[in-house]
Design a protein around this ligand. Structure first.
Ligand code: ADP
Ligand code: MG
Length: 300
């Protein structure tokens, strides 16, 4: 018999997996989120896109219950976020201390704490859940390695395993693909896709409009306020992107359609060498000096 049992909040499956109603979050004078309202259904896969400083991380903090909104309500299956063990939240890489001496197994086992209770040793079924989760993301061979020794893509896979071991119903991943090579990005996207079969609702922050539009059935375009939410074809219009990116987006008319160039890594919105880019074969992602330039064609 377990030494400690914990009452897991039950969810009303008839309610939206995530519901925000007029959520406003301020940091001193900065309005990070401005009256955000939207709903996600169980199993939805949503990319949260928008420029640097748009409030993507703050949105995840509010949904994970790390930040309390100044106004409005966040509900997860009808309940407030705090105390929900069903939310798996993976912060941005730069927010994690990678020197912390823990093994891959430890990281995934931490996902079980909510199920185990703090003062209990892991039981056999906890260890089995950890092994199964690591196998699912193809990381079994790394179980005893220190998390800090792994590549960025492997670390993200371990965090996905942690969410699986946690039996998370809602997974929030803050820019999990940033800085990863293409094969690692594809491996992560494949796993995220598969979470669907577990009925997990997934929100992934991204600053890559192209990839988000190609890989996610729903986009949520943010710039403090909610600019647009829906399928990529409805969200990625020139009008919406101008509203979200303002001076940071340049529209270049080419023979094949409009090319939208966004400056994604510097908040200042630097001018880009437009003529060269306009004449290049339409790039998916091009690096110009130290700036990442993305392009995409909006639906006509
Ligand atoms: P994103 O993740 O889209 O880059 P953030 O949510 O990190 O955006 O930031 C939204 C806005 O809130 C920015 O203007 C940022 O400077 C500000 N901000 C974020 N976190 C804090 C904080 N802890 N204290 C003060 N301002 C913050
Ligand atoms: Mg962020």
């Amino acid at each position: 018999m377990p030494l400690m049992t914990r009452k897991i909040p039950t969810h009303d499956a008839s309610l939206p997996a995530v519901e925000l109603e007029n959520v406003t979050v301020r940091y001193d004078q900065t309005v990070a989120l401005d009256q955000i309202s939207f709903r996600l259904n169980r199993g939805d896969r949503v990319a949260v896109v928008g420029p640097n400083g748009a409030g993507k991380s703050t949105l995840f903090h509010a949904i994970a219950g790390v930040v309390r909104p100044d106004q409005g309500q966040v509900r997860i299956y009808g309940s407030v976020p705090g105390g929900h063990i069903c939310v798996g939240y993976v912060p941005q890489r730069k927010a994690i201390d990678w020197n912390f001496p823990v093994t891959v197994t430890d990281v995934v086992m931490m996902g079980r704490v909510g199920k185990m209770g703090f003062l209990r040793w892991p039981a056999r079924h906890d260890r089995e859940a950890v092994h199964a989760a690591l196998a699912e993301v193809g990381m079994s061979a790394f179980a005893d390695r220190q998390i800090g020794e792994l590549s960025g893509g492997q670390q993200q896979r371990v965090f996905l395993a942690r969410a699986l071991a946690q039996e998370a119903e809602l997974l929030l991943m803050d820019e999990p693909l940033t800085g990863l090579d293409m094969p690692s990005q594809e491996a992560i996207l494949t796993i995220i896709d598969r979470l669907h079969t577990h009925g997990i609702t997934v929100m992934v922050a991204s600053h890559d409009l192209n990839q988000a539009g190609e890989q996610f059935p729903l986009l949520l375009l943010l710039n403090h306020r909610l600019v647009a939410y829906g399928p990529p074809a409805r969200v990625l219009t020139t009008e919406n992107l101008m509203a979200a990116y303002g001076g940071q987006v340049h529209v270049v008319h080419t023979t094949e359609g409009d090319l939208l160039l966004t400056d994604t890594c510097c908040g200042g919105g630097h001018d880009l060498p437009l003529p060269e880019l306009a004449h290049a074969a339409p790039p998916v992602v091009q690096t110009v000096q130290h700036e990442t330039v993305e392009s995409m064609r909006p639906p006509r």
